[in-house]
Write a protein of this length. Sequence first.
Length: 149
Amino acid sequence: MPFQRLKVRLKKEIVTLGDTAADPTRQVGTYVDPADWNALITAPDTLVIDTRNAFEVAMGTFEGAVDPGIRSFGQFKEFAARHLDPAKHRRIAMFCTGGIRCEKASAYLLARGFGEVYHLKGRHPEISRRRAGRARAAGAANALCSTNA
C-alpha cells in the first residue's frame, strides 16, 4: 500500500477566486470551438488573455496573448481591476489548461460588466499540439501558438 494514511479535506472551491459573484454555475463566457479560435483571436478588437499562472505561460502561449503575470489564480481579480476596462475591452477571449479557470474568470468578468467574454473549448496544450502538427504537415514554419513564450 503506497499510502499509510489518507486525509481528505472538503473545500468550498477547487480553484479559488474568492468572489461569490464569479459563479460558473450561473453564468460563463461563450465556449469557442478550436476550429473557430483563430478567427476570434486574430480579430483586431479581441483581447486575448492567458489565465494560467506564470510557470504555465512560460511553457508556451498563444501569440499575442496577454500574460497577467499571476502566480496563483486568486490574483486574477487584481489583474482585472488594474488592467481591464469593460468600456475599452469589449471582446475578451481567454484560455487555460483545463477549463475551470476560464469558467471562473469569464463568470467574474461578466459579473463586472464585460459584454463579450469567450473561452476556448478544450485544453490549451492539446490544441497547441494539434495546431503544431497541422502546421508541420502543411510545411508552415510555425503555428499560431508559439511553443515558447
